[in-house]
Design a protein around this ligand. Structure first.
Ligand SMILES: [Zn+2]
Length: 690
């Protein structure tokens, strides 16, 4: 997932208030944030001042008596609000990966402020009339393609944000936006609290039967950190939960842990998200209606490659229809194992991982634990670097003397083959209570050009991978390796951006192309030979294991696809409701799963009350992973045709896709790279759904 950045506008000069590091020029290496100097109490005054400055800057545009031009209106607008961006990027990144009670309380103050200011700008009639004048006069100015694209999208974004509404309706819209922004913050905080509040504490070693040693050690260390020495703790964080579901022989405990995971935000306590989600869906439907759209999905899809809900449902229904029979076959195979072992029960959702693991062993003779020693975190990271080096010639050099967002983080200087600095890449791999779940790529500074001077990006890749335990280094699962390569793909895109202007418009359905295409390299034998080395012996992964990985590539594919389609459809269904909306979340979800024919042995990848994507940033947007999968499978075909490290193909991918993101039409970008429209066949074939 890519971190949703706070859309903000900007300003140039700043008067000195030396106590607050946001008001000073950052004299750190590459101008990264001086994390060690930023205190919790610096954020709010910085945001208040930054908003005031941005307001002055916007006023300068609107009060100008010169005829509106691209330079004095659009470029000036693009230059406004730099201080606000500077603060908001750090605030957003730190509240995601390094939060605390103070910052959480601050979020509830900051979110409505930013939302209100964003409305103030987008509903500024004087500013809109200037933007419209430049837009209407577009043919008479000599603009670059990037400038035309920026102008068109800026004009449309004003309209989509209510510029054409009556003043009374604009007031209603502002209130809706503020309420929505608060609900989003609350929903996220509740999920974090629910995740942190649950512990499966085991005090009887017999209940650990079946678990690999590394998993037991990790659980013992978690318990020790919680002053429960001699016991074992498992949490609903995936690196802790999934191995337990895969290997623990105690069926009751597997069910207990999985149920805790499934019910996060649905425990009728102070962190319950049922009503919050219901309100959010209602308000988003109201907002869409106010803006003249049938539903929230219609509103957000207008600027995407998918264009409308019908196209999204076509894709998802097609894949759901193809995946369900495969998942049912997988379920039946697992039931056979249960029956043959004399188990007198039907497979349940919490059993899936355990029997899938048995199936993997019996069918492909592959044990995940055999692989882990070859996937030491540092080796995998270096493998990702090596792949990028072979494709694009770029290098990654560790920087030791630079402020870090957290002591766990690492920093790298990313350079072109000729040594030119491209940007800084932070990597922050391990779970902690102050970090939200999952993995993502965000940033502290985006690429742009000001007065001919290139501003280089500062990117951060955040994960929740297994920590080193005892004397064992961090050893990843196959899934973790894919996740790391995935986020690294987002990082490459951010690093390669060549946009001149800060305001870019990315069709959300192509956002996951740069990330998902990287996952294809992970299991290529040539690539495994580059990075999969035994952490003890340094021995390269044996050919028979490489063969097993290849042979098992379709393992559990029915399940993987069904759970993703179910979640994608759940998201689309909520946002395809027409106002006035009044949903009972639990009932809606249940009815909807029935409607799509989901089998009772599988739950959607995310249930409603902890479906973070659907709430922040990927609303009517979880489908984009699947949409982009059509693109990434078809795009990787281009590499297959010419060679997976073919430099000409890589150059074209960089030039046409990675560098252009947000500065031109996504369909055109894809056509320029591939020479034809995306073809769904490679996806169906690679997922065994053809
Ligand atoms: Zn992603």
């Amino acid at each position: 997932m890519i971190a949703a950045l706070i859309a903000a506008v900007s300003c140039t000069t700043q008067k000195k208030e030396p106590v607050n590091p946001f008001f000073a020029e950052w004299k750190t290496p590459f101008g990264v944030p001086p994390f060690d100097q930023i205190k919790n109490e610096d954020y709010l005054p910085a945001i208040d001042s930054a908003i005031a400055l941005a307001r002055t800057e916007i006023n300068a545009i609107t009060s100008s008596t010169d005829a509106p031009t691209f330079a004095n209106t659009i470029a000036a607008y693009d230059l406004a609000g730099q201080l606000l961006n500077k603060v908001a990027y750090v605030f957003s990144a730190q509240t995601s990966a390094n939060t605390n009670d103070t910052l959480e309380a601050l979020q509830e103050q900051v979110a409505p402020k930013i939302s209100a200011f964003s409305d103030e700008v987008l509903l500024n009639a004087g500013l809109f009339s200037k933007v419209k004048a430049v837009y209407d006069n577009m043919a008479n100015e000599k603009l670059t393609d990037e400038e035309k694209f920026l102008l068109e999208n800026l004009y449309k974004s004003f309209v989509r944000n209510g510029a054409l509404l009556s003043p009374a309706d604009q007031e209603i819209l502002k209130k809706l936006n503020q309420d929505i922004s608060l609900l989003v913050v609350k929903f996220n905080q509740n999920v974090l609290a629910e995740t942190n509040n649950y512990r499966l504490v085991i005090d009887n070693e017999a209940d650990l039967k079946g678990l690999p040693e590394g998993v037991k050690t990790g659980a013992a260390e978690l318990a020790k950190a919680d002053s429960l020495e001699g016991k074992w703790i498992f949490t609903t964080q995936k690196p802790s939960m999934i191995p337990f579901l895969q290997y623990a022989e105690n069926r009751e405990l597997r069910k207990k842990l999985y149920d805790a995971y499934l019910n996060r935000g649905n425990n009728h306590n102070a962190n319950d998200n049922n009503q919050i989600l219901a309100n959010l869906v209602r308000l988003r439907a109201d907002k869409a209606k106010l803006l003249g759209y049938k539903t929230h999905a219609d509103l957000v899809l207008e600027t995407r490659m998918a264009k409308n809900p019908g196209n999204v449902f076509n894709l998802l229904d097609n894949l759901m229809g193809r995946s369900l029979p495969v998942a049912i076959r997988e379920r039946d195979e697992m039931q056979k194992i249960i029956d043959s072992e004399g188990g007198k029960f039907r497979l349940e959702p919490s059993d899936w991982w355990y029997y899938a693991e048995k199936l993997r062993k019996s069918k492909y003779d592959l044990d995940e634990n055999e692989l882990r020693p070859y996937f030491m975190l540092d080796n995998v990271r270096d493998g990702a670097f090596a792949v990028a080096n072979k494709l694009y010639g770029i290098t990654f050099t560790r920087i030791s003397d630079i402020p870090l967002p957290h002591p766990d983080a690492q920093a790298f200087d990313v350079k072109e083959a000729d040594g030119k600095h491209i940007g800084v890449l932070y990597m922050d791999f391990f779970p902690r209570e102050s970090k939200r779940q999952g993995a993502w790529c965000g940033g502290y500074r985006d690429h742009r050009v000001i007065d001919g001077k290139e501003i280089t990006p500062v990117v951060t890749l955040v994960g929740n991978f297994t920590r080193p335990t005892g004397d064992e280094p961090a050893l990843l699962s196959m899934d973790d390796v894919s996740t790391l390569f995935h986020e690294f793909g987002h990082a490459l895109q951010a690093l390669f951006s060549s946009n001149k202007y800060a305001n870019t418009t990315v069709a959300w359905d192509i956002v996951e192309l740069p990330s998902q295409i990287m996952e294809h390299w992970v299991t290529e034998p040539e690539v495994l030979n580059m990075y999969a080395k035994n952490y003890k012996t340094g021995e390269v992964i044996p050919q028979q294991l490489v063969d097993k990985i290849k042979n098992s590539s379709l393992f559990n594919t029915g399940f993987d696809n069904v759970e993703i389609m179910a979640a994608s459809l759940l998201d689309m269904d909520y946002y395809s409701l027409e106002a006035p909306v009044n949903v009972d979340v639990q009932k809606f979800e249940k009815d909807m799963m029935k409607k799509i024919g989901l089998i009772p042995e599988i739950e959607p990848r995310y249930r409603s009350t902890y479906f973070l994507h659907m709430v922040s940033g990927y609303d009517a947007g979880y489908y984009v992973y699947t949409w982009a999968a059509v693109l990434d499978n078809d795009a990787f075909e281009a590499f297959r045709e010419k060679g997976i490290f073919d430099r000409a193909t890589a150059d074209s991918f960089r030039k046409n896709i990675l560098e252009k993101m947000g500065t031109m039409d996504a369909e055109q970008m894809y056509l320029n790279f591939r020479g034809h429209e995306p073809d769904i066949e490679p996806l169906l074939r690679n997922r065994g759904l053809n």
